[in-house]
Ligand binder design. Structure first.
Ligand code: KIV
Ligand code: NA
Length: 262
């Protein structure tokens, strides 16, 4: 499919749901590109790729390395690079780091976590030629300060602040945003409150698109499976089975066979 652009993504609102998936390397990005509108190089790579327990220790250099791999594998895809924890704590720092992402990769935009509290930072980036995808609701980079992953939108006050966050992110110049871990009825109202696409993960069906972490949806990540993940493939079982068969055949000297031999 034709490469999505900022304007095609904005125009999709109310027309068709956007399809986003994460990828961290060229191999998988290439396999995904024909079916999706956007590829997210999420800092979730710190967990599924690097094996850490949360996203906090992901670095900018790590994000750039993986973004380059994804862009090389899927040159026709719209690529979103997550700004990791600590790299956008002030607007000056945010711009300096986002410029580094843009100058050292082909990322089409950056994504930063936060709502009204990050509006000034988002505006500084968009004012300086950096396209921004927002991220509101459950914010994985706040896992330690919040003492865990807490579903959002459970009361009226939370609902009002999520709507205010979405409006602030839009007003600051973001062209779309992710909403994570939010009650579906609240996510629906949030999506209706803004004119840019709101892409959900664990936020129900009544939003403007969906995003999943690829290693979750392919069943490759075994540590835990959140409720919002649908496993479209039993990846871990398939991979383990294949490698076990390989090991068995090597042990039995039935691999390599005649047709694999020079
Ligand atoms: O890092 C990531 O994969 C994300 C998604 C969960 C939206 O930010
Ligand atoms: Na992320």
């Amino acid at each position: 499919s034709k490469k999505a652009t900022i304007s095609s993504i904005k125009k999709s609102k109310g027309v068709k749901p956007l399809v986003m998936i994460t990828a961290y390397d060229a191999l998988f990005a290439k396999l995904f590109q024909e079916s999706v509108d956007m590829i997210l190089v999420g800092d979730s790579l710190n967990m599924s790729f690097a094996g850490k327990s949360d996203t906090i220790s992901a670095t900018l250099d790590q994000m750039i390395y993986h973004t380059n791999a994804v862009c090389a594998g899927a040159p026709e895809s719209f690529v979103v690079c997550d700004m990791p924890f600590g790299t956008y704590s002030t607007k000056e720092k945010a711009l300096e780091n986002a410029i580094k992402v843009f100058q050292s990769s082909q990322a089409d935009c950056v994504k930063i976590e936060g709502g009204a509290d990050k509006a000034e930072i988002i505006k500084h980036l968009t004012d300086n030629g950096i396209a921004v995808c927002g991220h509101i609701g459950l914010l994985p980079q706040s896992v330690r300060s919040e003492g865990g992953y807490k579903i959002k939108g459970k009361n009226e006050e939370d609902k009002r602040s999520l709507i205010a966050d979405a409006k602030a992110v839009e007003a600051a110049g973001a062209f779309c945003m992710v909403i994570e871990g939010t009650k579906a009825d609240v996510a629906k109202v949030v999506a209706e409150a803004v004119s840019i696409p709101v892409i959900g993960i664990g936020a129900g069906k009544d939003v403007d698109g969906q995003v999943l972490v690829f290693s979750d949806m392919l069943g490759l990540f075994e540590a835990f499976t959140p409720k919002f993940v649908k496993k479209y493939l039993d990846g871990a079982a398939l991979v383990k089975g294949a490698v076990a068969t390989y090991a068995k055949e090597v042990t039995a000297r039935t691999f390599p066979a005649e047709e694999h031999t020079y």
